[in-house]
Write a protein that binds this ligand. Structure first.
Ligand SMILES: Cc1cc2nc3c(=O)[nH]c(=O)nc-3n(C[C@H](O)[C@H](O)[C@H](O)COP(=O)(O)O)c2cc1C
Length: 125
């Protein structure tokens, strides 16, 4: 049998609401109809380049804070960008944003960094 594909979920979830959102994403990814996928959920401050290098796909989750992604997710990118840059091009990814008002600043920021990394968006926001 093929080795299980590894899906990494890196989600900033500072509230009950955002934890519910994160858990719903993880539950969907782990649905019984989906075979051969191992799901790992990490907070951005717990995750780093080794986790990205070990995964086959990634889902990013963030709140919008001051018109940008959360500082925690930005820190994850700061630590992961260069160690991953040459090694994860084409990595399938998706992301979600919990924004009370808008979300476009966060969307622009996430898409800018992931464009730099040459990750492949597989699910439109
Ligand atoms: C410092 C700070 C800045 C924030 N800035 C924004 C913002 O620019 N836009 C926005 O939609 N929400 C903003 N929020 C709200 C967060 O996104 C919110 O805390 C998060 O969505 C969780 O809220 P919930 O539990 O109601 O979903 C901010 C929150 C904090 C703590």
């Amino acid at each position: 049998m093929d080795r299980k594909k590894k899906l990494l979920i890196v989600s900033h979830a500072p509230s009950l609401n955002t934890r519910t959102l994160r858990d719903a994403v993880a539950q969907g990814a782990g649905h019984e109809d989906i075979e051969n996928v191992e799901v790992t959920v990490l907070a951005p401050l717990e995750a780093g380049p080794d986790d990205v290098l070990a995964c086959d796909a990634i889902i990013l989750g963030t709140t919008e804070n001051l018109g940008y992604m959360s500082g925690a997710l930005k820190d994850f990118f700061d630590r992961s960008y260069y160690p991953c840059l040459e090694k994860t091009q084409g990595l399938p990814f998706a992301y979600y944003i919990r924004a009370g008002h808008d979300g476009t600043g966060t969307r622009r920021a996430v898409e800018s960094i992931t464009t730099g990394l040459k990750w492949r968006l597989v699910q439109e926001l």
